[in-house]
Each structure stands twice: as structure tokens, then as C-alpha cells.
Design a protein around this ligand. Structure first.
Ligand code: ADP
Ligand code: MG
Length: 512
């Protein structure tokens, strides 16, 4: 969901009721790093570790035993010493089925389990126990909660958590569930690019009229969002991206290069794989300062130059450009229409990325804020608004894509149009096409194309037990309820008989 701040002097929107003494925290639950921030003396501030140095909590979880878990910096070395019991990139598995991840399962050094039920969500086996990605993400959230409670010396139980713009309903719901499990009441799930815009103060000044592109290249995901800001309101014109493109892929390119060059035998050697992975990341990061890198792995000298690296990853950066082009196309804008380009995510530190994006948009980039912290800072700004501390604005959400059902001929019938403010309820009546028809299939899609085949299927169900009537007589109401987090409930009801069924759309697993 995308956020729109509404100037209260212009709109008659209700304020959210939240007790003021209770701080609401903003959390960036990242694939690679997670952070927590809050409003300190009117300024969004990230919370650092006990020595006041590091705000990033690596999203890594190590199980010493079922009841002894280490999260964050201290778990990093366990990637090498105990890879099977050390979980990284868990966000990639949120709301996914085994089928979705089968092709890249060897990327994980821990056991991703198929319970052989079609479309069921993945589990991770650690020692003799099975965990869901939700339970594992909750461990990271608990760590962040502890961290801020220590800093504030008070209990915290309300949060805003960010997710990539491309997270589907299942993934958003999973994130919310993880928060609940960690003892947090998740007031909002917010898109990361939207939070980033808020961190830059965009939309907070009513005089601003701007079209902004937010380019977010993190460790595991890539997002591009195009926002239009006018009179203190901002609208998401388009979002695009790739949930399988991030800094991890840049690391893997280096890793695979060394494996080939030196004939490393990584089969059944998780420790070596991880050591290569960490060295590859160190090499990548070094190129923001230096032109050459060298390290020793298993007694073998591994080298790379910045020039070599940029050649290796050129195609990855180009892939982000095709998403940018698609987003512009969807927004019906050209490059000249973009006033500002905001850079978000640790991977935007790479010179090749900055150079390529700046050239593409033909603009100087906005990269003054720490790209790792921007999203958490924006989440804190949003949390503060929800707490009612910022009287001038109120954030409301819009759905970035249309929602509808399949009708005769495979056509998409839109029930909730894109950019509609949420929460929203909407419904439409249908009937049967055959005499005595007892069942009606309801297939729900998301997208802007006329044919459902070109849109994204969210799920389907069958309304059963329609009493026998002539074709065209039953009155079947399909009712959509979309909440502020973008989670959709669909109800089908035959109005003459009262037969009804309600389904929460938790699929689809995996999106391209
Ligand atoms: P996420 O949102 O996925 O958690 P972050 O925004 O924290 O990710 O970015 C993490 C990624 O940024 C990692 O892949 C990391 O290697 C990369 N990164 C951090 N610093 C640099 C750097 N100096 N050069 C290149 N990549 C970097
Ligand atoms: Mg991020």
C-alpha cells in the first residue's frame, strides 16, 4: 500500500486514536539488515547497539539450541562455523510455498523443507524442529524490540513495519503475524519506498509539487516507485521491481567467478560456500573506496578488480533499468517528468549503480541520507503521525493495482480500481449463465489488463449450494473488503437464498 498524507485543513478525515504517552516505533524488517527508529525530540532517530555504534541489525538468526537463539551481529560468524543452524535472508521466504523457492533452494545453507502439500508454505528445519519464516522473522523483531526498550527504559508494544512495495497479501499478512508473535501490535504495514519519501520530508510541505522516483536496491529486493506530490497529497503513479534482485546477487556473481577460476569444490561444503559469500561481499563493498581486492580462502588467493566487478554485474544493474522503464510507462511519464530521484538501500552505494541511474534519469541523485537508514527513519515519521503527534497531516493508503474477478470470456471485471483509497468495501452483482447452476467459481485477479490471463491471480474459490433456479435468476453479490494493509477479503453471496462464502486472499505465492 502507498501512503498519501492529507492536509487536515482540506479534508474531513478522522484522526487515528492512539494514546500519546505510548511511543510507536518504526521498523525496517530487511532481507539483509533490520533497524528500529523512533521520534526523538521531533527528529526521526535510529536506535544503535549498546556501544552506540551500529544501527543495523543483520537479519541473521543462529540457533545454539531450540531455546538459545542469537540474532544480529553476533550470529554472522555462525554463518561459517554452523551454517545449518544459521538463518539468513528469511524475508525471501515470507509467504512463499516450497514450489516457489525450489529453483534457488541451494542458495540457502539451511534446510528448506517441502511438506509435500501442494502450495503449502515453506518450513525451515533447524535441528529437530520445524519453523515457519514468520516465527524466524519474529526473532528479529523481538531483538529490535529489546533494543529500543533498553534505550528508552520503557516497554514498547506498537509498531509500524515496512515491506517492499511488491509484497503480496500473503507476504504482508506474514509480516503482520511476525509482529504479533514478537509482542508488537502492528498498526500499519507500510511500503518501503513510501517510508523513504517521508524520511526525505517529501509531501510534508503543502507547497511542494513534484514527481519523484524512489530507487531502492537492498540486499534481496529491488523496488522502483514513482510518486506524484501535489498540495501536500502524494499519489503513487506506478510501482515496479524485482523481488529476486539485490546485493546478494552481486555477491553471488563474484562468488561464482572465484569458484570457477579456482575450481573450489563447494558441494556439501556449506562452510566454504559461506566463507566465499562473505569474502565476495567484502570485495563488493571495498570497491566504493578501492580499485582492487584480494583475500585468501582455503590457502588460495582470490583477487578481483573494480573494472572486472563492474563488467560482471553490468547486466544486474541493467535489469533494474528495465523495471524503471516499465514504471515510467505505467505512470505514462517520460524521464523529463521526474523532478527528483531518491536512492535507498545499501546497494545504491555502488558507483556503477549511482552512475547508471543518474545517467538514466539525467539527474543529480538524492542520496544525502544514509541509504541503509532511510526506510526506518520514514517508518518512525509515519509512526509519529499515527500517534497523533503531527497534527498537520494524516496518512491514508491507496491500492496500487486494480482488483477484480474473471467474467465470461476470461475478461477482467474490476471491482476496486487502482489508486482507490483504502480501507474500502465494494461489490457488484452477477448471475448464473446456465439453468439450475449450483456452483459459481470466483477467481480473483490483480492488474490493469483487460484479459485476466495478463493479470496476477490472487486466488479462487467456489460458491456452492446455489438453489436450482433458471439462468439469470440468482442474484450473486461479490463483495471485496480491502483493509489498510492491502489484505483482501472476498465474499460471495447468493442474495435470494443467503448462501454465502468468505475467503481471505492469501495467495499467490511468488510473483515475477
Ligand atoms: P535490505 O533492505 O535488503 O535489508 P540494505 O538496504 O540493508 O538491504 O542493503 C544491504 C545490501 O547493501 C547488502 O547486499 C550489502 O552488501 C550492500 N551494501 C552495503 N554497503 C555497500 C557498499 N559500500 N557497496 C556495495 N554494497 C553495499
Ligand atoms: Mg531495505
Amino acid at each position: 500500500m502507498a501512503k498519501i498524507p492529507i492536509d487536515l485543513t482540506k479534508g474531513a478525515l478522522k484522526e487515528v486514536e492512539v494514546p500519546k504517552e505510548n511511543v510507536i516505533i518504526g521498523i525496517d524488517l530487511g532481507t539483509t539488515n533490520s533497524l528500529v527508529a523512533y521520534m526523538l525530540d521531533g527528529k526521526p532517530t535510529v536506535v544503535t547497539d549498546h556501544v552506540g555504534k551500529n544501527a543495523l541489525v543483520p537479519s541473521i538468526i543462529h540457533f545454539e539450541s531450540a531455546d538459545s537463539v542469537i540474532v544480529g551481529q553476533d550470529a554472522i560468524e555462525k554463518l561459517i562455523t554452523d551454517p545449518e543452524n544459521t538463518i539468513f535472508s528469511i524475508k525471501r521466504l515470507m509467504g512463499k510455498s516450497y514450489q516457489d523457492v525450489e529453483d534457488y533452494k541451494r542458495f540457502f545453507s539451511y534446510q528448506v523443507i517441502d511438506n509435500e502439500v501442494e502450495d503449502s508454505l515453506v518450513k525451515i528445519r533447524i535441528k529437530d524442529k520445524f519453523y515457519t519464516p514468520i516465527e524466524l522473522s519474529a526473532k528479529i523483531l523481538e531483538q529490535l524490540k529489546r533494543r529500543i526498550e533498553k534505550t528508552l527504559g520503557a516497554e514498547v508494544n506498537r509498531a509500524v513495519i515496512t515491506v517492499p512495495a511488491y509484497f503480496n497479501d500473503a507476504q504482508r499478512q506474514a509480516t503482520r503475524d511476525a509482529g504479533k508473535l514478537a509482542g508488537l501490535d502492528v498498526l500499519r504495514i507500510v511500503n518501503e519506498p513510501t517510508a523513504a519519501s517521508l524520511a526525505y520530508g517529501i509531501g510534508l510541505d503543502a507547497e511542494d509539487t513534484k514527481t519523484v522516483a524512489v530507487y531502492d536496491l537492498g540486499g534481496g529486493t529491488f523496488d522502483i516507485s514513482i510518486l506524484k506530490i501535489e498540495h501536500g497529497i502524494f499519489e503513487v503513479l506506478a510501482t515496479n521491481g524485482d523481488t529476486f534482485l539485490g546485493g546478494d546477487d552481486f555477491d553471488r556473481a563474484i562468488q561464482e567467478y572465484w569458484i570457477e577460476e579456482h575450481n573450489f569444490d563447494t558441494d556439501n561444503n556449506a562452510a566454504l560456500t559461506q566463507e566465499l559469500r562473505l569474502a565476495a561481499e567484502a570485495a563488493k563493498k571495498s570497491f566504493t573506496k578501492k580499485a582492487t581486492f584480494e583475500t585468501t580462502i582455503n590457502g588460495i588467493i582470490c583477487k578481483m578488480t573494480k573494472v572486472q566487478f563492474e563488467r560482471l554485474v553490468e547486466s544486474l544493474v541493467q535489469r533494474t533499468l528495465s523495471s524503471c522503464k516499465n514504471a515510467l510507462k505505467d505512470a505514462e511519464l517520460s524521464i523529463e517528468d521526474i523532478d527528483e530521484v531518491i536512492m535507498v538501500g545499501g546497494s545504491t552505494r555502488m558507483d556503477l549503480v549511482q552512475g547508471t541511474i543518474s545517467k538514466f534519469f539525467n539527474k543529480k541523485l538524492n542520496n544525502t541520507l544514509n541509504p541503509d537508514e532511510v526506510v526506518a527513519l520514514g517508518a518512525a515519521v509515519q509512526a509519529d503521525i499515527l500517534a497523533g503527534n503531527n497534527k498537520d497531516i494524516l496518512l491514508i493508503d491507496v491500492t496500487p493495482l486494480s482488483l477484480g474477478i474473471e467474467t465470461v470470456g476470461g475478461l477482467m471485471d474490476t471491482i476496486i480500481a487502482r489508486n482507490t483509497k483504502v480501507p474500502i468495501k465494494a461489490g457488484r452483482q452477477y448471475t448464473t449463465s446456465v439453468d439450475g447452476q449450483k456452483n459459481l467459481k470466483v477467481a480473483v485477479y490483480q492488474g490493469e489488463r483487460d484479459l485476466v490471463a495478463d493479470n496476477r491471480k490472487l486466488g479462487e474459490f467456489v460458491l456452492r449450494g446455489i438453489p436450482s433456479m433458471a439462468a439469470g435468476i440468482p442474484k450473486i453479490e461479490i463483495h471485496f473488503l480491502l483493509n489498510a494493509d492491502g489484505i483482501l477479503k472476498v465474499r460471495a453471496k447468493e442474495l435470494r437464498s443467503g448462501v454465502e462464502q468468505t475467503v481471505e486472499m492469501r495467495s499467490p505465492y511468488g510473483i515475477s
